[in-house]
Ligand binder design. Structure first.
Ligand code: SAM
Length: 253
């Protein structure tokens, strides 16, 4: 995977399908039941405790890509900000916000592609959702406080994940929920090895990302849930990436 994969034609197409793909053409029978589809939607539906939210809740989706998680947060929050480093992703997410759908092509075999349509679930009110280009490790100072922060499959794609985690306490209101999902795929071309949160040994003992997250977040957050969320990213008609994100849900003290 090259450094600018998220800006490539293939990356854009794969993520539109990942966020908005319909089950039927995406998969052979059987996989739908495995619960691996609509990962960004499940990060919200399976992790957010909507009953804890205040009226007029605000949400932040860090590394939002083409926006499905942000739209799902809008089912529960009046204002949602989706931030991503990729201008192309943000342009597509903004078009979906404006139009509710867009046409794209998926990769099928070699140079063969297929026409598709990404559709935001029509019952979602898109008006409170806004997208902007930004760096999760250097967020603008005036974002304000949020009742939900979602960071799905983001931390292992940052050059300085600790910097992002250190900003989180200031972003969440007391009682606010932090949803952190990651397969912990640490790769030196995204994150210099010295910045990995886990995935190495110290004194012969394994250092695990989950333990690092608990150490970093526990002074400010109470861990309320930990679950495994499977996901399936389609590369082409006959090739998929299957992952399982460890997902932890935290409440700001
Ligand atoms: C693995 S994708 C996950 C996207 C989405 N959250 C999901 O679950 O489908 C990682 C995303 O993080 C974005 N990203 C990478 N570095 C970033 C940074 N420093 N700040 C914000 N977004 C970043 C990428 O552009 C990409 O959209």
């Amino acid at each position: 995977m090259s450094e600018n994969y998220y800006d490539s034609e293939r990356g854009l197409s794969e993520y539109l399908l990942f966020h908005y793909g319909a089950p039927e053409p995406l998969l052979p029978p059987g996989w739908v039941e495995a619960g691996a589809l609509e990962f960004p939607a499940r990060c919200v539906s399976q992790c957010l405790e909507a009953g804890r939210l205040p009226a007029q809740a605000r949400a932040l989706d860090l590394g939002c890509a083409v926006g499905r998680g942000s739209f799902e947060l809008a089912r529960h929050c009046v204002e949602v900000i989706g931030i991503d480093f990729s201008k192309q992703f943000i342009d597509l997410a903004s078009r979906l916000r404006q139009c509710g759908s867009l046409r794209f092509r998926s990769f099928e075999e070699g140079e063969l592609t297929r026409a598709r349509r990404a559709v935001v679930p029509p019952e979602i009110d898109r008006r409170g959702v806004n997208f902007e280009v930004g760096d999760a490790t250097q967020l603008r100072a005036d974002l304000g406080k949020f009742d939900v922060v979602l960071a799905a499959n983001l931390i292992d794609r940052l050059d300085a994940p600790l910097k992002c985690l250190e900003r989180l306490p200031a972003l969440l209101s007391p009682g606010g929920q932090l949803i952190l999902a990651s397969p912990y795929t640490w790769l030196a071309n995204y994150t210099p090895r010295k910045n990995w949160l886990g995935g190495w040994t110290r004194g012969g003992q394994p250092v695990k990302t989950y333990d690092a997250l608990r150490r970093i977040l526990s002074p400010h957050f109470k861990l309320i849930r930990r679950l495994d969320l499977p996901f399936l990213l389609r590369e082409h008609a006959r090739k998929y990436q299957f992952g399982i994100s460890e997902t932890s849900v935290w409440v700001r003290r």
